[in-house]
Design a binder for this molecule. Sequence first.
Ligand SMILES: Cc1cc2nc3c(=O)[nH]c(=O)nc-3n(C[C@H](O)[C@H](O)[C@H](O)COP(=O)(O)OP(=O)(O)OC[C@H]3O[C@@H](n4cnc5c(N)ncnc54)[C@H](O)[C@@H]3O)c2cc1C
Length: 482
Amino acid sequence: MKSSELQKSLKNVISGDVFCDKEILNYYSVDASGYQIIPKIIVIPKNEQDVINTVKIAKKYKTSITPRGAGTGLVGNSLNKGIIIDLKKFDEIKIGKNYVKVGSGVNKGILDNVLKKGQRFFPPSPSVGPYCSTGGMIGNNSSGSRSLKYGSVIDNIKKITFVDGNGKKVSLPYNKKIGLKILKIAKKIQLNKFPKVTKNSSGYRLDVIKSVIDTQKIIAGSEGSLGIVLSAELKIIPIPKKRILFVIGYKSEIEAARDCKQIVTTSPSALEFVDKTIMKNISHNFNKKINCLLFVEYDFKITRTQKRLKKIITGVITNTIKNESEIQRWWKFRDSALYYSSKSIKNKTLHVIEDATVPVEHLSELFLAINKINQKFHAKSIAYGHAGNGNIHIRLILDKKKTKSIKLIADEYFDIVIKMGGTITGEHGDGLARSEYVRKQYGPANYKIFKELKKMFDPSNILNPGKVISHKSTIIKNLSSV
Ligand SMILES: Cc1cc2nc3c(=O)[nH]c(=O)nc-3n(C[C@H](O)[C@H](O)[C@H](O)COP(=O)(O)OP(=O)(O)OC[C@H]3O[C@@H](n4cnc5c(N)ncnc54)[C@H](O)[C@@H]3O)c2cc1C
């Protein structure tokens, strides 16, 4: 079927925009990952009926339909061949007592500003800052520095409305009939095969569905493969009145990682790690013996907790920051870690193995494993991340053309992570880089149940096919030559 035929059919029923221009297709062919896939058609719907009609047409013409937020995903989650549907016009924000109702195209920065006026916030805060969309955050089950205390999207979502692969509008948890079907599927999973971690964006999160009132959570982290989110009700909470930030220096990442296990027991609001490469970008004169840092923040019972912190750490406190604008300045250093790592690497490197998450007690072993892998494959890496969750970002420094090595490194690294009870992705999702490992992550029995769930919502496999449920290896394929 020709794109022009599909375009004509869409234009007949869509009141929003339909594009086939080469420049626009090129724009939507990339995201913040290193992958590229040229789509056939871009739809920018104006209303719910447009979304429903687009799904019905995709089904009729047997072509894929993939939702897109701001395109800041790091593993090609929003890239695909068929129709890309950009929900940017779904930008309504309605504030309730302890929740906010958002359209899926709401920009995170705009949401933060609106909520701040009432001294409230939506806790998951990816380091990409204001640039992502709420639909994309739900799609990836995103999180950020404060997720240690306040959880990821999945822990902060009250209600969700989406269009499934049949073009049917569904609201969870209110649609009990569908909720009961999800619950029935959830009851079949082998829970012991799920990772034992505090954040997880791999596979379908059937592990958190304990009753019908949890069923909205199934869409978090589903990467647009179960439904196209129209709107959601998200939990909001008061902005803490006071906070304090400690910057702690360590000689080695192993020492820092060992301390994390103790520090989490003091209930910090954030516990983050940066290595020497990132440290070099921080405008502060650190002692030469310090090779990495932990950022530890408290926003509650500050006096009591800081006393406990000082007793348990083996590192050196280099800075105690109480002034709010100074705290924000220091967090900018941490939030710019991806930028600092990119500018220090000449060749663009890949976000492939980069957000695995292990139980925090295994964090030091994870660093040891990375060092071994680097030696074996003559690679180097830059590390930073959400240490309190056992979630470390690894930026591989390896010749991008060595694609075989990239796959071998991923195979070996993910084996180690899974053996530690960890997840192959703590926040960025499976996308093109990790979907082929979902079966290994959860085992064949759970994978079969994931397929059953996918079939229930998307019997024709048109919603972002190849993501989460995948029959092909895509980790190397579609790497852009940029
Ligand atoms: C510099 C940088 C720092 C980052 N830091 C973090 C971090 O700290 N924590 C973190 O979690 N992530 C981080 N990310 C990754 C990324 O920014 C987040 O995952 C973000 O939430 C993705 O949002 P988006 O709107 O860009 O989504 P997109 O990339 O557009 O889409 C992401 C996924 O969601 C799906 N999706 C989009 N809209 C919908 C919808 N309406 N319905 C259903 N599915 C939908 C897409 O199909 C895709 O599978 C970072 C990225 C960058 C570039």
